[in-house]
Design a protein around this ligand. Structure first.
Ligand code: UDP
Length: 250
């Protein structure tokens, strides 16, 4: 893997630099109609701050927008796909700002870097600047996906991870998904959870853990993906620390 910078912080965990991908729905509340539940965001932010301070890992986050809007939602209702996807990318900016606010409230300097220019609310995404923020101990949040329609945020999460030389993509899941199963656990209650699986198996068996575009990108660029349940308190620390958790795709 390309080493982008030698100036990484001293770290105690398994990884020195990671990208954490979380779905927008992880920020939503199951118990109310709120699209963003401040308590959940605060819990995730607190865990990120505590884990970073203990382990020294450099953390970049990609938050999806599915709690607010997905491109396919609009497309099914007659909205032109590119416009609908742009709406989805803007939704990720809203979530990113919510996370930035919670991280900073908990004492962690954070920068939002947006792939769509909006100078008043976020810095533009510039790769070298992103790396500099990480070296200075800031958490960064990549907003607005890649800035291009026809993708979901899984692909920019993988792309940014490769660009900044992250050692792994941590894919935090929600709704009870705690890893990759050999078949769909919702339809087969005896389905076995896999501790490790190859990219080839995920692709050929269509294990549907991430978008195929993103999985293929990770395979081509030798970027391991750890799939774990973000909603279980303590799991962010375990993922960064390298504890046995979820499923590792490599
Ligand atoms: N999106 C896009 N290009 C990107 C990233 C996202 O067009 O590079 C749009 C797409 O419409 C997607 C939406 O933004 O559905 C929200 O992202 P995503 O579906 O990944 O959110 P999540 O399911 O992770 O909450």
């Amino acid at each position: 893997m390309t080493v982008v910078s030698n100036e990484r912080m001293n770290h105690k965990g398994r990884f020195s630099r990671v990208v954490l991908k979380m779905s927008g729905e992880a920020l939503a509340s199951s118990s109310s109609i709120e699209t963003i539940d401040a308590e959940i965001v605060d819990r995730i932010a607190k865990e990120l701050v505590a884990s970073k301070s203990e382990l020294g890992t450099e953390i970049a986050v990609v938050v999806g927008g599915g709690n607010i809007w997905r491109g396919t939602t609009g497309e099914h209702r007659g909205i032109e796909r590119s416009t609908s996807d742009t709406m989805g990318m803007l939704a990720t900016v809203i979530n990113s700002l919510a996370l930035q606010e919670a991280l900073e409230r908990n004492g962690q300097p954070t920068r939002v870097l947006s792939a769509i220019h909006m100078a008043e609310v976020a810095e533009p995404y510039i790769r070298r600047r992103a790396i500099r923020h990480l070296e200075k101990g800031r958490v960064i949040v990549f907003a607005a996906g890649m800035g291009n329609p026809y993708f979901t945020t899984d692909t920019p999460a993988a792309l940014r991870a490769a660009e900044i030389g992250a050692e792994a993509l941590l894919k935090g899941t929600h709704s009870g998904v705690d890893g990759v199963y050999e078949s769909d656990p919702r339809t087969n209650k005896d389905a076995l959870k896999l501790d490790e699986v190859t990219f080839m198996d995920v692709i050929s068996k269509d294990l549907r853990v991430m978008d195929l575009t993103a999985i293929t990108f990770c395979k081509d660029n030798d970027l391991p993906v750890l799939v774990f349940d973000l909603m279980v308190p303590g799991n962010i620390f375990k993922a960064l620390n390298g504890d046995r958790l979820g499923t590792l795709i490599k």
